[in-house]
Design a protein around this ligand. Sequence first.
Ligand SMILES: *Cc1c(COP(=O)(O)O)cnc(C)c1O
Length: 405
Amino acid sequence: MASQPVTSHLLPTYARVDLAFERGEGAWLTATNGERYLDFTSGIAVNALGHAHPHLVEALTTQAAKLWHVSNLYRIPEGERLAARLCDATFADKVFFTNSGAEALECAIKMARKYQSVSGHPERFHIITFEGAFHGRTLATLAAGGQKKYLEGFGPVVEGFDQIPAGDIEAVKRAIGPQTGGILIEPVQGEGGVRVIPASFLKGLRQLCDQHGLLLIFDEVQSGVGRTGELFAYQKSGVTPDILSTAKGIGGGFPLGACLGSEEAAKGMTAGTHGSTFGGNPLAMAMGNAVLDIILAPGFLQHVRDMALLFKQRLAELQDRFPQVISEVRGEGLLIGLKAVVPAGDLVNALRDEKMITVSAGDNVVRLLPPLIIGEEEIATATGAIERAAERLTRAVKEARGAAS
Ligand SMILES: *Cc1c(COP(=O)(O)O)cnc(C)c1O
């Protein structure tokens, strides 16, 4: 009964659970019926600092009382500051702010195409992408993601994306042609099932890009902003991209995305080549700066790594104890996937019955995306919930077997 469709005037594009929340604090959400849930979804890696973080509330209310929006026809000092901080902390020299992940990818794709065009290669507008990828729901990012179920019925697919299997460097070599201008990859595939792309493969891509004059683009919309225990996942792999898109966690719940580029990669993006009405407005910039205040504070990323290690140890124990429910624990930092043996949706539902919310991903995986501020107590609570859910599901599997034999 819980997932009966709710009558509503909202376009029914989401399969919603019949559950609504009215407030949140840290890693906890309170539903409209008063029940409390441990939030290990974080709005799909968005509420990186949990709910109602005092520093974010302070930054939002202070900025709201000063100035919400001015157009990009004027300088926005908060945005210049946020861009400078992102560049100081990464490979990048230039930043474009957006309102979402898909828009950050659109900017990345345009930047790569424009770079090739102004470098004398307008024919190099193709970008190599990988199976299992997810880059967003706009027409171009759907084409980049290449998932048939999302493209079906929406007319001609945007041209210029060549999709191949991830992890096969020979396939990449074969796919590079006179029209290729760049390679786009998530260093950790999120929606595709929390698949960590080996650093050796990313290194291979970097070499091929250098050899052929291609731009390497990392989609860190989900893996960015501290999620993996580094500011960006690429910093752990040791492979530097030319362009990087991020979003989700960067606004801490405020809609914000960013496209970062090296000076060279961004050279074609001159005045008038791109724009966004809302992108980078003062309210959004205040939130981005407030998030970075916390994420870049000394010790914060170490805390993420420590909590990730602890949680993964607990999860590995649960995997050993419940092999009929969990077959693998994978991921990087606090971007964690439980490969399920039962249908992943059953595990998500069983966890929700235990008052813990999680989200499924491709490859029959349950994603655990706690806010990065969690401590040992929340990990213990989560471990208990997973243990009880796994016990119940194991019993159900055994009963079903008993009934069948
Ligand atoms: C969520 C996501 C996107 C799309 O972001 P939106 O804000 O929904 O447009 C793109 N790439 C990756 C890797 C994502 O996880």
